[in-house]
Design a binder for this molecule. Sequence first.
Ligand code: TRP
Length: 323
Amino acid sequence: MAGMRPSGAVHLGHLVGVLTQWAKYSETADAFFEIADLHAYTTDFDDPAKIRGARDEMVAAWLAAGVDPQRSTIFLQSGVPEIGELQTLLAMIVPLSWLERVPTYKGQIEALGQKIATYGFLGYPLLQLCDIAIFRGEYVPVGRDQVAHLELGREIVRRFNHLYGDGETILVEPQPTLSEFPDVPGTDGRKMSKSYDNAIYIGDDEATTTEKVRGMLTDPQKIRRGDPGRPEICPLFALWRFVNPHKVDGIAAACRSGALGCVQDKTDFAEELNAYLRPVRERYAVYRDDPALVERIIADGTTRAREIAAGVLTDVKRAMKLL
Ligand code: TRP
């Protein structure tokens, strides 16, 4: 089970860090992929149009990346009210102190301001646990920053089973599975992110991509061709790894010796990246231009998700003696 907030355009960092893994899961497992629109409201509650607008394009990018809607379930969080009901029930047994000590809570308030210090935002990791637990999700591919949420989720599940399970496992403890490529650098070397304005988007055209690659940061001590470079600190080199791992040894050697200059390296990489993205972009354009198809996929998945969620919610309510 995994989710993504519809909060902006999908970029290369999502593609190589998250979506390639989702695509693999979608073929081999009984997988659930959630449009976490309620989570988007925890920080962007004053911009519902942005959240609504990001939905279809985000799912178009998932499909373009190879997430298979036949074998897996793509669904809308707000379309599965069982998740919200589970949150109300579990809220009764989650100590406030557990939520307050999650690092993203204070960290995000420091970053985004008091505006987001709401009841809903405090409950963010509880809602996330409900997303997973309502399907008895076992494996959750997440980035490093989400591991603390999963840890809290496991504690909540343990407490629930202890209080109401009567020796049985009603809810399942989810486990994080870390991405092979957790942190993808952007053009300035910081983590690729819309908010840093350093991202290369699936929706960018090839000329824009080439322009962005030309502007990328490389080893600042390598001024001209001939100067020895340090691939280990170069964001451009880090991106090569994702896009063509077969070439990295040769590039590292040529950069270190000075034979390869950054200008040439950027030209080569822009070509390689555009070739890598081309099939994804072609599929993306097909889905983006057919929102009715995307919405049908979401609606079908949401119906399927609700059926499973309803069964688990019934088990939870029985365990709590509500039924
Ligand atoms: N919090 C996740 C993120 O920001 C998104 C998310 C919401 C999620 N619900 C989830 C991830 C359930 C995994 C499982 O990346």
